[in-house]
Design a protein around this ligand. Structure first.
Ligand code: DI6
Ligand code: FE
Length: 405
């Protein structure tokens, strides 16, 4: 199948926005085979695309901007229930850490998620996924971590995988068994980690449900030594790691992740210069999550200047989750990255395309418009690419192309 789009402006994201105005782009069998100025489109390729056959198609982009499909590289979007009650408690003065220690927080979502059938879990998560897709997302990372037992972690990841069957979206699944200590293991963290490493991970890997492994390295989560056990288990299965690091305190998690050649360290408000250096050295992506920063009313900014200086790639994601970022708009995350973290609109767009692809290990397949990469596009009714990070609310996405369709 050969498909042509003309009358579009491209933001290839290869070098800065990589703008090509009055462009054309051609996809074949799901991949980009040509892109450039419309006037440079070879006549034979044009003829082939416009041949009135079953095997070719051409579209008028009506002057829209066409970008790589957006990538939301850090979500906990599959869960049951919600935590608006805790939102209310926090507004009445209770701290997030205290809610977690009292068995609320993550554990309240664990109870709801364990109780939900696979169908209920799918139904609960579907509207959130739809919201992302409507805004041009074509690749979505989804973490487990609200099951904390083999059965429920598998249920979450199966639901996550199912979205890729039912919708035009690429799904990457991440095993986050070390997210919190389940109540049945209270006071026995090391026993739980044995379960995570020796039972859960092998079972989930055997079912083909795991693309990467993550953990919550924090005072209210798991220590660096415990995190390292999880990383070693991942390594035994040949899986890449990533980490919730330095969200509430500096645990040295980012540097640990970098030492394990991790794909990304995420959150990073409390990241130290040593952490930055380690990430730069090993090519670990910094995933910033302005929704969680905003929702927790955090005041400590991630060290943006240091990350820039060290040329650590910065990705942006929603962190969609019921406790700290009940957010299903990647465009809003981009805007918040600019307003709260002072990223530029270009950095924000790179953060949901090129750098987000790298945070998932998919930089050879998606994230920029380049010959040979997947024909995953979002089409936008905007005047310039910077509009995407500028507007608050509204949705200029007028079309999605996934694998050339
Ligand atoms: N950090 C987060 O922001 C989420 N998980 C994590 O490790 C919060 C998850 C939740 O509160 O449900
Ligand atoms: Fe998270």
């Amino acid at each position: 199948m050969l498909t042509l789009w003309t009358n579009v402006h491209l933001a290839t994201m290869q070098d800065g926005y990589g703008e090509i105005r009055d462009a054309a782009i051609v996809a074949k069998d799901g991949k980009i085979v040509w892109l450039g100025k419309r006037i440079d489109l070879p006549a034979d390729l044009l003829a082939e695309c416009q041949a009135n056959s079953q095997a070719s198609m051409s579209h008028d982009g009506q002057g829209c901007w066409l970008t790589p499909g957006l990538i939301d590289c850090h979500t906990h979007i599959v869960y049951a229930g919600n935590r608006s009650d805790e939102f209310e408690a926090r507004l009445n003065g209770v701290a997030y850490g205290d809610i977690a220690r009292q068995g609320g927080g993550i554990l309240s979502t664990v109870r709801a998620t364990r109780a939900a059938s696979p169908q209920q879990l799918m139904q609960a998560s579907l509207p959130r996924v739809r919201n992302l897709l409507k805004e041009g997302v074509t690749t979505l990372e989804i973490k487990s971590g609200y099951g904390l037992d083999v059965e429920t972690e598998a249920k979450m990841l199966r639901v996550a995988r199912q979205f890729a069957q039912d919708f035009p979206v690429r799904i990457k699944t991440t095993f986050l068994g070390a997210h919190a200590l389940p109540p049945e293991y209270a006071g026995r963290a090391d026993d739980y980690l044995d379960l995570v490493c020796e039972q859960m991970l092998p079972a989930l890997v055997a079912e083909g449900l795991v693309d990467a492994v993550d953990a919550f390295c924090e005072k209210i989560g798991f220590s660096p030594a415990q995190t390292e056990k999880v990383f070693q288990a991942a390594q035994r299965h040949g899986l890449p790691v990533k980490l919730h690091a330095e969200q509430l305190s500096d645990q040295g998690g980012a540097a640990l992740t970098a030492r394990y050649q991790g794909l990304s360290a995420d959150h990073l408000e409390y990241l130290s210069q040593e952490g930055i250096n380690a990430m730069a050295q090993h090519g670990t992506v910094a995933v910033l999550l302005p929704g969680a920063y905003y929702f927790l009313r955090e005041t400590k900014l991630p060290p943006i200047a240091g990350l820039r200086e060290a040329q650590v790639p910065i990705a942006i994601s929603t962190d969609c989750n019921p406790g700290t970022s009940p957010m299903t708009s990647l465009l809003l995350a981009m805007n918040m990255a600019c307003t709260l973290f002072r990223l530029t609109p270009l950095e924000a767009l790179e953060g949901v395309t090129k750098h987000a692809a790298r945070a998932l290990g998919l930089q050879d397949q998606i994230g920029t418009l380049e010959i040979g990469k997947a024909a995953d596009f979002a089409l936008w009714a905007i005047d310039r690419p910077g509009d995407l990070a500028y507007a608050i609310g509204g949705n200029p996405c007028v079309g999605i192309v996934f694998a050339g369709e």
